[in-house]
Design a protein around this ligand. Sequence first.
Ligand code: GUN
Length: 229
Amino acid sequence: PQGQSHVDPSVPPLKPYFDLNGTQDESSQLKEIIKKMGLQPHVEGGYFVETDRDQLRVPNPFVDEKTASSDPTRSASTSIFYLLTPKSPFGAFHRNKGRTVHTLHKGRGRYVLIHADEVAAPNCPGGYGDENLSESRRWNGKKARIETFIVGQNVLAGERLQWIVDGGKYKCSFLLPDEEGSSNSEGLLISETVVPGFEYTDHDFMKSERMDALVTKEQAEEMNWMLRK
Ligand code: GUN
């Protein structure tokens, strides 16, 4: 029974395909790939390794009251490999201030974006921007737009090979089986390039109170498992 409050009527209910507690093991080949590539567990879930950090420093475009004193510059860009596996099958809802270009290498997954900054002040400088507005002014009773899409090789079925997530958008991803109907995955491997470069101070996780404020009660219930526990 999918009510109209469901995230998107054209999308199946957002449910994980792999056990979130990591009880499903990775294939020995995936384990070898993780080792060979030097991938480490990511705090969001999944595995990552930073593959590039531009030596060039650029002015920090996110300077505000909070960061101005400590952080005048950023790396011009950073890149990582990011991998989801049956053992670590999802990346919890979070946002970065920087814009991120994602490129698929292999596997399939679903992305869910919450456009929390959709109606932020049009002239707000880089950064989250939206927190300075009161809830009522920001949304006028409306809820944030939710977007979801599948990343994968099946371009003809609408799966994406490349996707861009602007700074300030909440993002979550979870592993899908390599083939529809199967329960196996040899992992979702992507590259991400962030501009300007990644810093933890530009990153934060979605909190359940924030989720409740951004989406309907039903949507929050449906997406609750995507929050970092
Ligand atoms: N360190 C922890 N998370 C990340 C990330 O997402 N990107 C980069 N470049 N470094 C990280």
